[in-house]
Design a protein around this ligand. Structure first.
Ligand SMILES: [Zn+2]
Length: 217
């Protein structure tokens, strides 16, 4: 069942990629539709396999507000340019802990881009990206990279597995940002997905739609 759905998703994504190449505007419209479709499919998949997001975690402690949604926006740095925001911004006081959304493996740590000190975690077909964290990247004697945030007692190694809900960093101001927040990006099968839709689906499963602090423990 799972492989049938995965094959279907792969075909949908291939079609989408060809549309993206041929028409950028149409592609954006199609992208929102596809994201909704992906959620329907993933919920079907959940129903078919019994695998759920029941244990998935809201990614921020002390959450205050969603400050920038996924999609086109005018540049927060002025200049009147429009850009596509590939994630959801979640404000929280500096130093608040960031929690891993879903169990997976750390596939990248970095501190030299606009994303700031960041980790990328892979959970099956999903990739979740956490930006602007406190701390920085170091390399051990064997060349293995890790994020170190001594003040927060955090050390995250590239290649390590992380359970859902575990603390993987703290809200900071590294990279390109105008205030303390988590920029949370999500990809499914290599395509950016609106994290708000995923959170909504997750709340629906967990039956806690009114409370974003579902996983504080
Ligand atoms: Zn952002």
């Amino acid at each position: 069942m799972t492989s049938v759905i995965n094959q279907f998703l792969t075909r949908v994504l291939q079609t989408l990629r060809s549309i993206v190449r041929s028409n950028r505007f149409l592609a954006m419209t199609t992208l929102s539709g596809l994201t909704a479709l992906l959620l329907v499919v993933s919920q079907t998949w959940v129903g078919a396999t019994g695998n759920t997001w029941q244990n998935a975690s809201f990614p921020v402690e002390n959450f205050q507000a969603y400050t920038s949604a996924f999609g086109y926006r005018s540049s927060p740095y002025g200049g009147g340019s429009r850009q596509f925001h590939r994630g959801l911004d979640m404000a929280a006081p500096e130093g608040s802990y960031i929690r891993n959304w879903w169990a997976g493996k750390v596939v990248e740590v970095s501190d030299n881009s606009a994303c700031g000190t960041s980790v990328v975690i892979e959970s099956g077909q999903w990739e979740h990206i956490y930006c602007h964290m406190q701390g920085h990247v170091e390399r051990d004697a064997s060349g293995r990279l890790y994020v170190i945030d001594r003040g927060g007692g955090i050390q995250i190694w590239e290649g390590q597995t992380v359970p859902a809900g575990s603390r993987i960093g703290r809200i900071g101001m590294t990279g390109r940002t105008t205030g303390p927040h988590l920029h949370w990006g999500l990809k499914y099968g290599g395509q950016w997905v609106d994290p708000a839709l995923v959170l909504r689906a997750m709340y629906a499963q967990q039956g806690t739609a009114s409370n974003p602090q579902i996983s504080s423990r």
